[in-house]
Write a protein that binds this ligand. Sequence first.
Ligand SMILES: Nc1ncnc2c1ncn2[C@@H]1O[C@H](COP(=O)(O)OP(=O)(O)OP(=O)(O)O)[C@@H](O)[C@H]1O
Ligand SMILES: [Mg+2]
Length: 142
Amino acid sequence: MEFETWSEQETFALGKSIAEKAKAGDIYCLDGDLGTGKTVFSKGFAAGLGVTEHVTSPTFTIVNEYEGRLPLYHFDVYRIADPEEMYEIGYEEYFYGEGVSLVEWAELIRELIPAHAVWITVEKDLQKGLDYRRIVLKEAET
Ligand SMILES: Nc1ncnc2c1ncn2[C@@H]1O[C@H](COP(=O)(O)OP(=O)(O)OP(=O)(O)O)[C@@H](O)[C@H]1O
Ligand SMILES: [Mg+2]
């Protein structure tokens, strides 16, 4: 599925609408260059899960946990030097838990991502303007 957004607000709204359909155990992987809008999408996603707490990028903590309609496990693995660090934080408890996982920079830990994950890529296209983003969503093949 392919989406186009023309503002931060639209990307937030897209994240929100996708989260409204999320189920326990779902994993959403977010990839895209620095500053494309992964965290904006994540904030919308959190809102769509009913999270009311302020959502910040977990760049230094790797994972933040929020309470919503379902628990949200928001990862940002950008600073992970070695997938081994994921074992140290006990990532399996999250990926195979009762909440919904959302992973920024998931490509960096691709080998740890379960097959049922949904992959989302956020891309700029400067020819279409500074605020334009193409967001491609790929569901797992079942
Ligand atoms: N259509 C759009 N969708 C999302 N963000 C947009 C859009 N247009 C402009 N922006 C701006 O792009 C920036 C996206 O920042 P954000 O922190 O979400 O990126 P990121 O992909 O998480 O980056 P990083 O990899 O550094 O964590 C924000 O400053 C936002 O205002
Ligand atoms: Mg981010």
